[in-house]
Design a protein around this ligand. Structure first.
Ligand code: ATP
Length: 306
């Protein structure tokens, strides 16, 4: 385990707020929001100790993403999507503390270089970027189709391009390409416009995104990775996470509501809604009890003799 403990500065919150007010122009200086102060001190939550897979559980607004972002910022993890910050956030991060885990020889680990936080915004951002790229390729493929005809015509009538300077390079490149016997019209378009990246469904893309991002011996913070995954796909993700944690030296800190992820083996679950915040088993959580009650109520529909 790379990260062993994380300590929140809940006893320093009032002094952080006072300092910020002073910074904003005197003792009664204006402060927009005191976020993230109050979120964890409310439930007397000041220290997390991690396992290979640690889960942050709680209802909407209980502070899961805030905690992941505090950890990610303190450890300076790689990130793509920006997060919802506030004027107190960075001084709160400064006052957070952490302890690294020990390796087999008793030396402190360091946080591995490629460690990162992955949120569903990253995955949507990836899908939007690929879609925009594909749209652009499709548009320019239209233009290039007629370019192909022009180039073939030019060649037939001897209107060849002469390279007098770099400004003629692009026209010459297209002409050379269209002259090649081995290059069909389709290949010409593909080479000039680029290749569209195949996008699957949202869920398939999300799963392959995780698959491509996870590397051995790395720490990951994942914010609700179950988003857009069907139950079957969530079970695929569970398999991937368990394998990476148990055989590939990865450590995960995951914010989730998913019963499939909550029920993973060897996880430690922090219930952020409990007061004081406490470590729980997955079947003790309100969310999983809601599922249990629902299926229990309808269990007659699932029985074979119905
Ligand atoms: N930038 C911000 N400024 C002020 N308040 C914020 C900010 N970001 C989040 N909050 C508040 O902090 C609380 C915790 O939010 P957070 O996003 O961490 O909850 P969450 O447990 O991840 O919720 P969800 O399951 O809905 O994603 C909420 O009350 C939220 O409104």
């Amino acid at each position: 385990m790379y990260l062993d403990k994380f300590i929140l500065p809940i006893d320093e919150e009032s002094s952080l707020i006072e300092q910020r007010m002073a910074y904003n122009g005197g003792r009664f200086g204006y402060i927009d929001k005191t976020y993230p102060c109050g979120i964890f001190s409310k439930n007397r939550f000041s220290e997390l100790s991690f396992s290979k897979i640690t889960i942050l559980y709680g209802g909407n607004g209980s502070g899961k993403s805030t905690l992941l972002n505090l950890i990610a910022n303190k450890l300076e993890l790689n990130r793509i999507a920006p997060f919802n910050s506030s004027e107190l956030f960075s001084s709160y991060v400064e006052h957070c503390k952490f302890e690294l885990g020990l390796d087999d020889e008793g030396f402190k680990h360091r946080i591995p270089n490629g460690s990162r936080i992955i949120t569903s915004d990253d995955i949507f951002d990836y899908m939007l970027t690929v879609r925009t790229n594909n749209d652009e390729i499709a548009d320019s493929a239209e233009e290039i189709r007629s370019e192909w005809g022009n180039k073939k015509g030019d060649l037939k009538f001897g209107n060849t391009v002469k390279m007098n300077g770099m400004e003629d390079y692009e026209a010459l490149r297209l002409q050379v390409l269209s002259r090649k016997k081995t290059v069909s019209r389709r290949e010409f378009i593909r080479r000039v416009a680029g290749t569209e990246i195949k996008l699957n469904s949202n869920g398939e893309t999300a799963l392959s995104y995780f698959n491509s991002k996870f590397k051995n011996d790395t720490l990951y913070c994942l914010d609700e990775p179950e988003n857009s995954l069907s139950p079957k796909m969530q079970l695929e993700l569970v398999k991937m996470l368990e394998e990476m944690a148990h055989y590939c030296g990865c450590q995960f800190i995951i914010a989730t509501h998913s019963p499939f992820l909550l029920a993973m083996e060897f996880t430690k679950i922090y219930d952020l809604e409990a007061n004081p915040v406490d470590v729980k088993q997955w079947w003790e959580l309100e969310n999983t009890k809601v599922y249990f009650d629902f299926f229990n109520k309808h269990k007659g529909l699932f029985l074979d003799d119905k």
